[in-house]
Design a protein around this ligand. Structure first.
Ligand code: GDG
Length: 493
């Protein structure tokens, strides 16, 4: 997993890497050997790209530290025979600072998650955002033939759809999936260059989001901030500048089978090595949290609820251990740095308060773990706690369910996640800011009868397998086919 092996789009491999799969580069001499893709977006898309024979255009900054949980490292070598063409765009340090750590993650991320106070509008960031979007659009234009389907991912590329639309054949289809929430108009009005972003996104024929409320809010924002657009809320379409954009809510799933398979192959040895390495007492009941270290994920709120739980339930001290795996992310941004400090000091404080000679209530690690270890933890965890303050979907909740092959784990889930829309009624719901109720749900999870636990988990597993990543992809492509057909008809007619 060495991103430094990679290089710009003019210095890639001639043939497939030794494992027989992987991206075909467009030119050059060096193989890209990044494996183990993680991060919500990458984890979701990689199996999909393995099944298609398209061109993946990705940002690759060859010399940056490789962070497998960051969506920017979205390059993967598939293990199978399939191959796809990979085109990497190299960005200068200044571009990365302004485009990625600037407008994308200092403006759009906090804005879309409803934290307008955290927006940092630095000069030049938006200009770089535009420039990088243009570079992506140019790269697309180099590859897009008549009838091409262009599928753009996420908030880093909000201006690109219109640029792409203007440079590819009229019969090509431009689609986009927006992986994070769409904010309410009262929040969106804080967005610098908000009108330009909306215009950019309306270059799409299809715009996908996870859940209905994000689609509705997007349409509300268009209605309010783009006076020349015509919004049809019941059909979820927008007519703007001679083109129509259809907005659809298609909740993303996970590769449930592979989590199930990996969890089943997790033997006692793997688990005991892991427990020994992190000092997790083997005999205790285990709670688990697994997140990027991001202020949206509700980790401090979770720690406060755990503290309340141990206050109220002295009998569980020494009997229940909470494992929190938090992966540092976007640490160049001070807000993230400060957030990390807060989480670490809270863990320390709570541990000091309750720990005994041979037990700590919270085992905390910032290590990046291989997928096998994650699956072993998922399978072993009696309670999984997913408590974001806001989250577009949250794949971790679904991965946990897919890996709960023994059917006896319990999910405690924030009602502010996209995942709650499809899983909420059979998980134990929490409002992450309501500490008392949160602690009460932890108590309930730990004292639930085996029968109820199994019944809930079986229902959840059914949902996660029914709505897995393949079914999500099928839905995407059904919609893409629909709008593609419409586009061709209007071309010929
Ligand atoms: C965005 C949206 C939406 C984490 N640590 C390790 C590791 N992970 C993997 C998990 C999971 C992924 O990272 C995190 O996905 P999430 O969905 O929870 O969150 P975001 O990264 O914020 O993703 C989110 C998603 O996009 C998809 O649309 O659900 O709402 O914010 O897959 O397993 N994986 C490994 N080691 C780690 O240490 N192997």
């Amino acid at each position: 997993d060495d991103a430094s092996e990679s290089d710009d789009d003019s210095a890639n491999a001639d043939g497939p890497p030794p494992n027989g799969g992987g991206p075909r580069s467009t030119a050059g001499t060096r193989a890209i050997t990044v494996d183990e893709p993680t991060g919500g977006l990458t984890a979701g898309l990689d199996p999909v790209v393995q099944r298609t024979d398209g061109t993946w255009i990705a940002w690759g900054d060859g010399d940056a530290d490789f962070d497998v949980t960051d969506e920017r490292s979205c390059v993967a070598v598939p293990p199978g025979e399939e191959a796809y063409t990979l085109r990497r765009l190299e960005l200068s340090e200044e571009a990365v600072d302004s485009y990625y750590y600037g407008f994308s993650n200092r403006v759009l991320w906090p804005l879309c998650h409803g934290f307008p106070d955290l927006i940092e509008d630095r000069s030049n960031d938006f200009e770089w955002y535009r420039t990088v979007n243009e570079r992506f659009a140019d790269a697309v234009a180099d590859h897009a033939s008549t009838d091409a389907v262009i599928w753009i991912q996420d908030y880093h590329l909000a201006l690109a759809p219109r640029m792409v639309r203007e440079s590819v054949p009229a019969s090509a289809t431009v689609a986009h999936f927006w992986h994070i929430p769409w904010p309410m108009p009262s929040t969106f009005r804080h967005c610098p260059a908000g009108g330009q972003l909306l215009e950019g996104l309306l270059g799409n024929d299809l715009l996908g989001v996870h859940v209905d409320r994000y689609a509705d809010r997007f349409l509300e924002c268009v209605d309010r901030f783009l006076p020349n657009a015509t919004v049809d809320r019941s059909r979820r379409t927008v007519r703007y500048d001679g083109d129509t954009t259809r907005v659809v809510a298609t909740p993303m799933g996970v590769d449930a089978e592979s989590y199930d398979r990996e969890a089943r192959s997790s033997g006692p040895d793997r688990l005991s090595d892991l427990f020994e390495e992190y000092g997790i007492p083997t005999g205790t009941t285990i709670g688990l949290g697994l997140d990027r270290l991001d202020y949206t994920k509700g980790i401090p709120e979770r720690l406060t609820a755990l503290e309340r739980f141990f206050e109220r339930n002295p009998g569980w001290r020494g009997e229940f251990t909470f494992v929190q795996k938090a992966t540092p992310s976007r640490t160049e941004i001070e807000t993230y740095e400060r957030h990390g400090e807060l989480v670490r000091s809270e863990v320390q404080r709570i541990n000091r308060r309750f720990e005994t000679a041979d037990w700590r209530p919270i085992v905390y690690t910032e290590d990046v773990l291989p997928q096998e270890a994650i699956c072993s933890l998922y399978r072993r965890a009696n309670v999984m706690v997913v408590s974001p303050l806001v989250d577009g979907m949250n794949l971790v909740a679904q991965e946990y369910i897919a890996a709960s092959v023994d059917g006896d784990g319990t999910l405690v889930l924030s009602d502010r996640t996209g995942a709650h829309e499809r899983l909420g009624s059979h998980a134990l719901t929490i409002d992450p800011t309501d500490t008392d109720r949160f602690a009460a749900q932890l108590e309930r999870a730990l004292s639930m009868s085996p029968h109820e636990r199994r019944w809930r988990m079986n229902t959840l597993r059914q949902r996660v397998f029914d709505g897995d990543i393949r079914s999500w992809m099928d839905t995407q492509f059904d919609w893409i086919r629909r709008v593609h057909g419409g586009r061709r008809r209007s071309e010929t007619g």
